[in-house]
Design a binder for this molecule. Structure first.
Ligand SMILES: C[S@@+](CC[C@H](N)C(=O)[O-])C[C@H]1O[C@@H](n2cnc3c(N)ncnc32)[C@H](O)[C@@H]1O
Length: 230
């Protein structure tokens, strides 16, 4: 599905979110500033897609930021953008459920709008936990359920009726399925408290979340517990 979306992915992100996606990623980088500041810090941006979060993280001096995704056309897009901005962000193709990374090897794992697409959330969290160093940080930026009912009704109307039409118009019929899938997958995705609970069950401690834009989006942050099972 993401193969077909890749060429127009950035444009659609910005149009459909009214450019708020840029602010959501910027806030994520700000909230992770303490974790990514030290030179030698290893950050891996999972499901990096066309690389927007990866590049925003790499703008801060300090950490070495890697990007990974299992969709080749998305990685090509990320690589092109990385070269344009002279960013040193190595990329590799991999499934986030089965990362080719050693246990306890990364300081920070980030994922923006990719976690929801994983076939198994628990497996995804356990894999993140395996790869993180004890005390390392996982950051999941993802769509969520707005807690206010009135706002949720407006948001449902936009995401179920308006968004798929704009998506089909701008991306062409080949990629239209992706923009029908998007609101459906958001509705199926656990709400903020449930995701936080799942993170705790999978070996994370000090789990908290930050809602953004009336709760359309939430950033979950958790620390790999020193007692997390391998
Ligand atoms: C909606 S895009 C998000 C891209 C980017 N992180 C961003 O913020 O714009 C979701 C990405 O997740 C990737 N993805 C989904 N499931 C994956 C998996 N199991 N392993 C690796 N990448 C995956 C897709 O290929 C796609 O590029």
């Amino acid at each position: 599905m993401f193969d077909g979306v890749a060429p127009r992915y950035d444009l659609l992100n910005h149009v459909l979110s009214g450019n708020m996606d840029t602010l959501w990623r910027a806030r994520t980088v700000k909230l992770l500033a303490g974790e990514i500041a030290a030179p030698g810090t290893v950050v891996v941006d999972l499901c990096c897609g066309s690389g927007d979060l990866m590049l925003a993280l790499a703008k801060r001096r300090g950490a070495t930021v890697f990007g990974t995704d299992f969709c080749h056309p998305m990685l090509l897009e990320a690589s092109r953008k990385s070269a344009t901005r002279s960013a040193a962000t190595p990329l590799f193709e991999a499934d986030a459920l089965n990362l080719p990374l050693a246990a306890d090897s990364a300081n920070v794992l980030s994922v923006a709008f990719g976690f929801r697409n994983l076939a198994n959330y628990e497996r995804g969290l356990r894999e993140m936990c395996r790869v993180l160093k004890p005390g390392g940080t996982a950051a999941i930026l993802e769509f969520s359920t707005p807690p206010n009912r009135a706002f949720r009704a407006f948001y449902d109307f936009y995401s179920l009726r308006v968004l798929p039409r704009i998506g089909a118009l701008l991306s062409g019929q080949d990629a239209a399925d992706a923009y029908r899938y998007l609101p459906e997958s958001v509705r199926r995705f656990p709400d903020a408290d449930t995701l936080a609970m799942l993170m705790r069950q999978c070996g994370f401690t000090n789990v908290r979340y930050h809602r953004m834009t009336f709760g359309i989006v939430a950033l979950h942050i958790g620390v790999k517990s020193p007692h997390a099972s391998k």
